[in-house]
Design a binder for this molecule. Structure first.
Ligand SMILES: [Zn+2]
Length: 306
């Protein structure tokens, strides 16, 4: 990594920043993903300035640590990471380089948003050397806004630690988030009742928490392991297995090779749905609740042949 050689320049920039008085008294919150940024905004409201280190169409499994990230985290009041090793390729390195002890694990300014969440798909045997990027189970829990309530709680606790004077405000925003996510998801569960158990094939195990919440049956994944691109032989095997099946659609993310998804979908004669993987990746996906709704709508339309 070039990060050490570039750190000096980054540090100078950081010091420059430190000498400029903050334009507002807002808390500086840095998150690894746009989903977490949306949750932090929902809870922090007018008391926070939130920045996500990844952009909406960047797969957070595969970012590289940069000096800019070290600078950003260095001047943050709160750093929120997804956990379940989603960011294992870059966040540990950034945290090693920062002099801001508060945002390191165990510090008051650090939040592991996954604390208290039970991951699905925890592998019995981790095949990291094969490229498994889900060694601690599926990390994409923010696709289910109800499950993300626990992340919102963890974020609220972090905000209260660094700004206890606003505790009542954060708690009331948390309550509002919980109430809204419960209501919105319940309304979609009703719409999906008629499709309980509908079979889908996915590419990466990205939307699984959402698909399970909606009562759909994920029968297979095009990736043989999360993070491992499929071989031609694997794809041919999937096509042979599902050509005469009840599979309703193939679901994938825009950052994976859509030709492979298209090949499988066409061969088994079902639609290919490229869903919105993160907050901000589609115009209407303005927060984690809206993200759920945008994707649920696309799936429902496909199930109903629209
Ligand atoms: Zn993943």
């Amino acid at each position: 990594m070039k990060i050490r050689t570039l750190l000096l320049a980054a540090l100078a920039l950081s010091l420059g920043w430190a000498t400029i008085p903050s334009a507002s008294a807002r808390l500086r919150v840095t998150t690894t993903t746009t989903d977490l940024a949306a949750l932090a905004e929902a809870i922090g409201g007018e008391q926070v300035d939130v920045h996500s280190l990844s952009r909406p169409l960047q797969d957070a499994h595969y970012l590289d640590a940069t000096p800019g990230m070290v600078v950003r985290i260095g001047r943050s009041d709160l750093f929120i990471e997804n956990g379940f090793e989603l960011e294992m390729g870059w966040v540990p390195e950034v945290l090693r380089e920062t002099r801001n002890r508060s945002v390191r694990p165990g510090g008051p300014g650090h939040v592991d948003a996954s604390a208290g969440i039970q991951a699905i798909q925890v592998p019995e045997r981790v095949m990291r050397d094969m490229g498994d990027v889900h060694p601690s189970g599926n990390p994409h829990y923010t696709l289910d806004p109800v499950l993300a309530q626990q992340a919102a709680r963890n974020i609220a606790n972090g905000l209260i630690r660094v700004a206890p004077q606003h505790a009542d405000y954060f708690r009331s925003n948390l309550d509002a988030y919980i109430e809204k996510s419960d209501a919105v998801v319940a309304s979609w569960l009703e719409k999906f009742e008629a499709h309980a158990g509908a079979q889908v094939i996915i590419y990466h195990k990205h939307f699984d928490y959402m698909l399970k919440k909606l009562g759909l049956n994920i029968v297979d994944a095009i990736e043989p392991l999360p993070g491992l691109a499929p071989s031609a032989r694997h794809v041919a095997g999937l096509i042979a297995q599902y050509r005469d099946s009840d599979v309703k659609m193939v679901i994938m993310e825009p950052w994976h090779d859509q030709r492979v998804g298209r090949q499988v979908a066409d061969a088994i004669d079902v639609p290919l749905l490229v869903l919105c993987p993160t907050v901000g990746s589609c115009d209407a996906a303005t927060d984690v609740i809206a993200l759920f709704e945008v994707n649920a709508r696309k799936i429902l339309d496909a199930l109903e042949g629209k």
